[in-house]
Design a protein around this ligand. Structure first.
Ligand code: ZN
Length: 123
């Protein structure tokens, strides 16, 4: 039987649902996945599908990368967004003229070498 590891959950995310870890003890939604809740250190965490809607917090343009798989995709814009559920994600930004706090929606795709890629665009 396959275990529910963070990478298997991210693979499920790639199938269309945005899944994040949820702490049933204190209600924290967190990303990236961790062994324990970042707020109360609870070990028993659940996975929940969350809304892909949020707002743009900050962004920057990458011109270099030490990771060979990313070098052919440069330059690219990455951003930090806050989902409506409260969790914050680092995503690739597909918006030409971003504005702080603008509403965004996250789509899930496949990045270099089969990795899960989160892409934010205008809502
Ligand atoms: Zn907690």
């Amino acid at each position: 039987m396959q275990q529910d590891t963070p990478s298997s959950k991210q693979f499920q995310s790639a199938k269309g649902e945005l899944l994040l870890q949820h702490c049933p003890e204190c209600g924290t939604m967190q990303y990236p996945p961790r062994e324990v809740c970042k707020t109360c250190l609870q070990h028993e965490l659940e996975w929940k599908a969350v809304s892909p809607q949020g707002s743009l917090l900050s962004w920057t343009v990458l011109h270099t990368s030490l990771e060979p798989a990313f070098q052919k995709h440069l330059p690219c814009c990455i951003a930090e967004i806050k989902l409506d559920c409260g969790a914050q994600l680092i995503v690739q930004l597909a918006i030409e003229k971003p504005l702080a706090l603008m509403p965004v929606i996250v789509e899930i795709g496949e990045g270099p070498q089969g990795t899960v890629l989160y892409v934010a665009s205008k809502k």
